[in-house]
Design a protein around this ligand. Structure first.
Ligand SMILES: Cc1cc2nc3c(=O)[nH]c(=O)nc-3n(C[C@H](O)[C@H](O)[C@H](O)COP(=O)(O)OP(=O)(O)OC[C@H]3O[C@@H](n4cnc5c(N)ncnc54)[C@H](O)[C@@H]3O)c2cc1C
Length: 533
């Protein structure tokens, strides 16, 4: 029977960050990963077309570049190289205008000023506030909630440095926030488009926070990508872990956690049981942990009751294309952006999100687009081309198609069979074609990943949900994953929730894993002190 200090279940970014922090503290660690490759939703592959590297799931990593924990791992010493597109992110409007976030804030401001007088200064003022409080905001957001020790200190620093107004802005709905801050659509959509990375509507509190966080990180650390593909980020974390004695076991699924006397003592797989001396850290979704890996008999009945109200985030359809040349955008910005947002206006994106909320496949989906060859030319053949992707959200339970009845659009039924995926991909292609006439002629290969495919490649992406549960306020902070949590501890001693289902939620920042590892180390220390006295 194998024995180790800790088992980490799942090798997503949170699992790998947790495992790295534990080996740093001298623990023996085994990471169990069901798939044949590590990294969870941080993975790349070349199966769309020869010579092209596509990120299978996530692509841009402002949250990793802004995360003190991931930066502290010094992954550059383990082969990671961050690279950047000429400009960070841009919003494409139907009339050919663009809102562009440049690497340089002065250039961003100049572009926004050109479109609406006053927006340049408003942008620079926002950046100034972020300079004073940004680090503290990030540390507070990434710490366990409610913030004790370091987190509380940071919160005080934010308030002292004049960050109260920024905190107020962050609570605002993205629509209110952007309409108050800016006069022009370009600046408004730059912020709001980033808010649309989460499933919070522009009219709900919390969407402003998501928009500001991403856009201001974009202005300060950029939207970097690992040279060679997203898998290089996971690869660097695995190499670091293994160089310090940690072990990653691929193709072995954890099937249960054995609990004795209220403490996690072993992890069961199909072929063995691994005895755990100190802790189990679960980089799995909350519903997969509670009532799944740990049976309800071992858990308080109130948790079962609360988990009954757990809310997933919407589902996702992602399309990857190999192109034989760049996307022929109308009026393409001179400094090409790595990320492009497609939505006509605040109202248009609100409508698309409302259709998803109402169970309808959106008629004109808001789309996030990644130009990976622009960001990292090593991902496309030397002769040129583009490794492009776009994803959009669709309902978890489809009740209908908002485009039903239109002659020019194929209806999506919501079974997400091949026909549905083709129809959805065509709808998304039409949206890009409207901004980039001739785009379709450049497609040489295509792959469509719908809810079933996403979940089969990473079981945390339940029904195509990408964030481990809704990012709406009712399931954030002390309500994540259920009311009364916010910290990685579970009702079972020595067992910690380390995935995006825990506070602070989705995105590649590693904070859920780091919080779990730090909690495990802290409890182990106090347990040992208690034993010695
Ligand atoms: C299409 C898509 C695009 C995204 N884009 C971005 C982006 O650009 N930037 C960004 O910051 N974030 C992005 N995200 C979100 C981000 O990728 C996730 O929030 C993040 O990967 C969550 O990390 P995690 O470690 O919690 O879980 P995951 O990355 O999902 O990893 C979980 C791992 O656990 C394994 N596992 C689960 N159960 C078991 C078990 N019982 N036994 C063994 N192994 C198990 C899974 O196989 C998987 O490898 C995107 C996500 C998706 C799906």
């Amino acid at each position: 029977m194998a024995t180790t200090d800790a088992v980490v279940i799942g090798s997503g970014p949170n699992g790998l960050v947790a495992a790295n922090l534990l080996v740093d503290a001298g623990w023996s660690v085994v990471v169990l990963e069901e798939q044949q490759t590590p990294g969870g939703a941080v993975h790349s592959d070349s199966s769309v077309a020869d010579g092209y590297v596509h990120d299978t799931f996530s692509s841009f990593y402002p949250l990793a570049a802004g995360s003190p924990t991931i930066c502290g791992l010094r992954l550059e010493e383990h082969g990671l190289e961050w690279v950047h597109a000429p400009s960070v992110v841009a919003h494409s409007f139907p009339d050919g205008r663009w809102g562009v976030l440049h690497r340089d804030r002065g250039e961003t401001a100049a572009g926004l000023e050109e479109q609406a007088a006053g927006d340049g200064d408003a942008w620079l003022a926002l950046c100034d506030t972020w300079d004073r409080v940004g680090d503290a905001v990030i540390t507070s957001l990434l710490s366990p909630f409610p913030p004790v020790r370091g987190g509380a200190g940071m919160a005080r620093h934010v308030l002292r440095a004049g960050g109260l107004e920024m905190v107020r802005q962050m609570i605002m709905p993205a629509r209110t926030l952007t309409e108050r801050l800016f006069r022009g659509e370009a600046a408004r959509m730059l912020v709001a488009g980033n808010a649309a990375h989460a499933d919070i509507s522009f009219e709900s509190p919390g969407s402003g926070a998501m928009g500001l966080l991403l856009v201001l990180l974009g202005q300060t650390v950029g939207f970097p990508v690992p040279r060679g593909g997203a898998g290089q980020l996971s690869g660097a974390m695995v190499r670091r872990l293994e160089s310090k004695g940690g072990q990653v076991v691929l193709g072995e699924r954890a099937e249960g956690v054995r609990v004795e006397g209220g403490r996690a003592v072993a992890v069961r797989t199909a072929s063995r049981e691994i005895t755990v001396g100190r802790a189990v850290l679960a980089d799995v979704s909350a519903p997969a942990l509670y009532g799944g890996l740990v049976s309800w008999e071992q858990l308080p009945s109130r948790l079962r009751h609360r988990m009954g109200r757990f809310e997933w985030d919407p589902s996702t359809v992602k399309v990857d294309w190999a192109l034989d040349g760049p996307v022929p955008w109308t009026n393409a910005p001179q400094a090409a952006p790595g990320t492009v947002h497609i939505g006509d206006s605040l109202d248009d994106v609100t409508l698309s999100g409302s259709q998803v909320a109402a169970g309808l496949v959106p008629e004109r989906p808001f789309m996030l687009v990644g130009q990976m060859g622009v960001a990292d030319p090593s991902r496309v053949p030397p002769s040129g081309g583009e490794a492009l992707w776009a994803y959009t959200h669709v309902p978890q339970q489809v009740r209908g198609d908002a485009a039903a009845g239109r002659d020019d659009v194929r209806e999506v039924r919501g079974t997400w069979d091949e026909g549905d995926l083709e129809a959805m991909a065509e709808r998304m292609e039409a949206r890009i074609e409207s901004r980039a006439p001739g785009f379709r002629d450049r497609i040489t290969a295509r792959r469509v990943l719908g809810p079933h495919q996403l979940e089969s490649m990473d079981r945390n992406l339940v029904g195509g949900a990408i964030n481990g549960g809704t990012a709406n306020l009712q399931q954030q902070l002390i309500f994540r994953p259920v009311a009364g949590s916010g910290r990685p501890e579970t009702p079972v001693k020595g067992l910690y929730l380390a995935s995006a289902s825990a506070h602070p939620g989705g995105g590649v920042h590693g904070a859920c894993g780091a919080n779990a590892a730090r909690a495990a180390l802290w409890h182990d220390k106090t347990r040992n002190l208690w034993r010695r006295t």
